[in-house]
Design a protein around this ligand. Structure first.
Ligand code: AMP
Length: 220
């Protein structure tokens, strides 16, 4: 059976992680989120985690070598497809991934990039209201609040603000995103493999639109 690979990209806080998760629940495709992989390494106190933590806290990208190590491990899973969230994030990572795909993908396998487009103003507003739980669940104080203030609905854990969601760091992350994303958009557009979604709609509506587009392309 051909494999499907969907690469989500969009600015930090665009909701791509939420959408990638919703898509993973509707399909048999495995989600690979580099941000989640790093957070797991940090929580486990590994050497890679300690190193990554310094970059993440500063709003910088983690060095490519650490990223690849983790992604390659995840790509070994047996599955009908992969959903990438947060990777590749720059030209070097994209080229590395394409070289890897050349080795492992077959002719009928399908790779598409899915851009969740959101303006900078909206991003700044959203990230300042984002709260996380150590279990991975993400909340927004206005659009997707927990039932009890500061407490996770799923596991009862105490919610926190990600260090990289602090205002100064957000501005820096957006700057990095814009400097890298044009290359990604141009590349996938040229391949005829760019799906663009308006990320300023309600979460459910965005998900429906993604499902529609994937269905039009006969991927689901
Ligand atoms: P995310 O959860 O995708 O917003 O990622 C959180 C942070 O992890 C980012 O701000 C980066 O510092 C780091 N990170 C995630 N994915 C990558 C990647 N592909 N390359 C480099 N750094 C990454």
């Amino acid at each position: 059976m051909p494999k499907t690979i969907i690469i989500f990209f969009g600015p930090p806080g665009s909701g791509k992680g939420t959408q990638a998760q919703m898509l993973a629940q509707k399909t048999e495709w495995k989600k690979i989120s580099t941000g989640d992989l790093f957070r797991a390494e940090i929580a486990a106190g590994t050497e890679a985690g300690k190193l990554a933590d310094k970059y993440i806290k500063a709003g910088k990208l983690v060095p490519d070598k650490i990223v690849f190590g983790l992604v390659e491990k995840s790509l070994k899973q047996k599955t009908a497809g992969f959903i990438f969230d947060g990777f590749p994030r720059n030209k070097k990572q994209l080229n590395e991934l394409l070289a890897f795909f050349k080795k492992i993908l077959k002719k009928n396998d399908q790779v598409y990039a899915l851009e969740v487009a959101v303006s900078d103003e909206e991003i700044k507003q959203r990230l300042s209201q984002r709260r996380m739980c150590a279990c991975g669940k993400v909340y927004h104080l206005v659009y997707n609040p927990p039932i009890n203030k500061d407490i996770c609905d799923i596991c009862g854990g105490r919610l926190f603000i990600r260090n990289d969601d602090k205002p100064k760091v957000i501005t820096h992350r957006l700057k990095i995103y814009h400097s890298q994303s044009k290359f990604m958009t141009d590349y996938w557009q040229k391949q005829g493999r760019l799906i663009k979604i308006d990320g300023e709609q309600p979460i459910k509506k965005i998900h429906e639109e993604i499902m529609e587009k994937l269905s039009e392309l006969k991927l689901i």
